[in-house]
Design a protein around this ligand. Sequence first.
Ligand SMILES: Cc1cc2nc3c(=O)[nH]c(=O)nc-3n(C[C@H](O)[C@H](O)[C@H](O)COP(=O)(O)OP(=O)(O)OC[C@H]3O[C@@H](n4cnc5c(N)ncnc54)[C@H](O)[C@@H]3O)c2cc1C
Length: 379
Amino acid sequence: MPEDMVYYDVAVIGLGATGSAALHRLALRNVHVVGIDARMPGHDRGSSHGETRIIRLGYFEHPSYVPLVREAFTLWRALERETAVNLLMVTGIVEIGAPDCALVRGTLASSQQHRLPHDILDAPALMKRFPAFRVPPDYVGVFQPDAGFLDAEACVAAQVAAARAAGAEILTPCPVLKIEASARGVRIVMANRTIEAGKAVVAAGPWLKTLLPDLPAPVRVTRQVLGWFTPKDAAPFASEKFPIFLFESPHGVHYGFPPNTGGNLKISKHHHFDEAVEPDTCDREVSSRDQQGIRDFITDYLPAADGPMVEAKTCLYTMTPDGDFIIDRLPGNPNIVIASPCSGHGFKFAPVIGDILADLATIGATQRDISRFGLARFR
Ligand SMILES: Cc1cc2nc3c(=O)[nH]c(=O)nc-3n(C[C@H](O)[C@H](O)[C@H](O)COP(=O)(O)OP(=O)(O)OC[C@H]3O[C@@H](n4cnc5c(N)ncnc54)[C@H](O)[C@@H]3O)c2cc1C
């Protein structure tokens, strides 16, 4: 190594929700760590922007996520204390659909297996308790009181600030061009400098395969749309009457949040049109067709929200074929730890995944169960 080459124990590449969490958890362990991002943290080109993210315990995707969500709740609250910023609001969640749909079945399976408090509501009880919804007579809702939402941009900012306060260095805007093996670990080549580190944590979100094109993982980047709607009638959206929701219908799975401080409801379609894109050339304009993909649901099932769409944004999912995350070391170079906790549901886990990444980058293993997240499953 040339004598003037700067050396860190760990370099974290990407400072969205995942990388900023890893940076924070590493800094708290007194690791000499640097965080690098091509853009300024909090930007709106990746996956971690757009006002809010749901955090929920009755995990319909698989019950094995529940212990990780529990730990994430604890770590988000700890970050709030550390930074004196409110990040997590508990509102409860109602998950609605036909009794045999994946959303309702999966939520109930997790709730029952992990003995989570929950109420099962038939259609009349659901519309009495949450009058904004118009629900088909055979649908049911599962209400889980412990869910809520995270203030997404504030979470990323808090993680970056807490990491910096704990001693992390930060290089932004600084695109990483290449990561290569070196005698002491890895060499990280940027446009205007090169550094060395013992380990690299790569949390590049939708740019994962741009940075590591040979990564043996068939991920797809998909374009998503967030819409903010002014309700036609605000009364049924009063706080105790309208929690966060997920709703599976013939239109797909839609989700939404209680009114924000401006009185608007953020409502989206999970997976939107499932359109594969490149992160740098993706169309960021929201079209009338995009809006219709959300409004069809609103008209049929949430009519009081059917007012004007006052704001819209695009955002990117990085999807694996099975919807589970990738958290593993790079085959052929164990000094590079890969984290792709997206597939549209990774934000809530950021602090716990950050801590797992800190485990992998320092001691090479973690006590948490990450067996679902290995790269070997794609072989
Ligand atoms: C519309 C939408 C709704 C969602 N809803 C929820 C939800 O309700 N609940 C939930 O838990 N999850 C949700 N998710 C998923 C969650 O937001 C993501 O899992 C999470 O934000 C992923 O964060 P990340 O840090 O991995 O990626 P990103 O936030 O994209 O961060 C990656 C970073 O890497 C940087 N980078 C990339 N390449 C380089 C390079 N070569 N050099 C330097 N830096 C680089 C980028 O600039 C970027 O800042 C949602 C996602 C979207 C898009």
